[in-house]
Design a protein around this ligand. Structure first.
Ligand code: ADP
Length: 279
């Protein structure tokens, strides 16, 4: 479990705080989506989740981040790096090798995984992401979606308990974006891996995550399940975040007593709603 208490952070060369008074508990097995406008503090927050902030990136740090009882200020970042794996926004700069296989091997060797386990872990990670055929490929020749899968596989090979991803779908087309979410959902459900993902596409969050956090100017402006969003539609609009049209529609139909079912978050659910209303 990750417990974030009154977290605040100001970068060394900055006048304003990137995060201020953030409180959130991320339970084991949760799937948390983080959204918010640019500069809201999303990336900074992800860096705080495994000790990169304040250990590697310096600044004024307030409050605490406790990972399974260990305070990120009191323990080396290396102690958390394997447990809480991160895929950064700029994956190209995260990749260290030129060939897929070497990229995954690098992490395994770096973390001192016993030699006899390495091949097995490598194969499993490639299989989990469905990229066995990319094993010998040059990373520079891969598509954006394939690179994301390699980055996730590299992390998965280290058998993390939590995966943190910063806008992995930012440069992907809609179908590849959904594929990443489907893979993460499977890892979350079948392996119990906790997922924390920064994502701008609210429809994807609505469909896949268990909890959503909206950051605004370093504060938590909303935290709840996607369905809870309906209580804050006005607030989302104020923040410039578009609540899915199907959610707004169902909310209005419930208000006007045309429909007595649940809020809809996806187009499929909305279709079912309309069919029910029409009898
Ligand atoms: P987001 O991911 O939501 O776009 P960030 O966490 O990247 O937001 O940034 C939050 C705030 O911190 C912004 O005001 C940004 O300009 C500032 N910031 C981010 N990185 C640095 C840095 N390395 N040095 C100084 N300020 C930074």
């Amino acid at each position: 479990m990750i417990s974030v208490k009154d977290l605040g952070f100001k970068y060394q060369n900055s006048k304003t705080a990137a995060l201020d008074g953030v409180n959130i508990e991320i339970a084991d097995g949760d799937f948390v989506g983080i959204t918010g406008t640019s500069g809201a503090g999303k990336t900074t927050f992800t860096f705080a989740l495994n000790g990169i902030i304040p250990q590697k990136i310096k600044g004024d740090f307030y409050g605490s981040v406790i990972i399974d009882g260990k305070d990120t200020v009191e323990h080396h970042a290396e102690e958390f790096a394997q447990k809480v794996g991160e895929v950064f926004q700029d994956i190209d700069s995260q990749m260290v090798a030129s060939v897929v296989e070497d990229e995954i091997l690098f992490g395994l060797e770096n973390f001192g995984v016993p030699h006899e386990e390495i091949e097995d872990r490598l194969q499993k990670a490639l299989k989990e992401l469905g990229i066995e055929d990319l094993r010998d490929r040059e990373i520079s020749s891969l598509s954006g979606g394939q690179k994301q899968k390699v980055a996730i596989a590299s992390m998965l090979a280290l058998e993390p308990e939590v995966i943190v991803l910063d806008e992995p779908t930012g440069e992907l087309d809609p179908e590849s974006s959904r594929e990443i979410f489907r893979i993460l959902t499977r890892l979350n459900r079948e392996k119990g891996i906790t997922v924390v993902i920064v994502e701008q596409k609210i429809m994807l969050l609505c469909e896949y995550v268990k909890h959503m956090m909206v950051l605004e100017k370093g504060h938590v402006a909303f935290y709840g399940t996607p369905k809870d969003m309906v209580t804050s539609i006005a607030k989302f609009k104020e923040l410039g975040i578009n609540v899915p049209r199907v959610t707004e529609l169902s909310s209005r139909l419930i208000e006007e007593k045309v429909y007595d079912g649940e809020i809809t978050l996806t187009v499929d659910d909305a279709e079912k709603m309309v069919r029910r209303i029409l009898g």
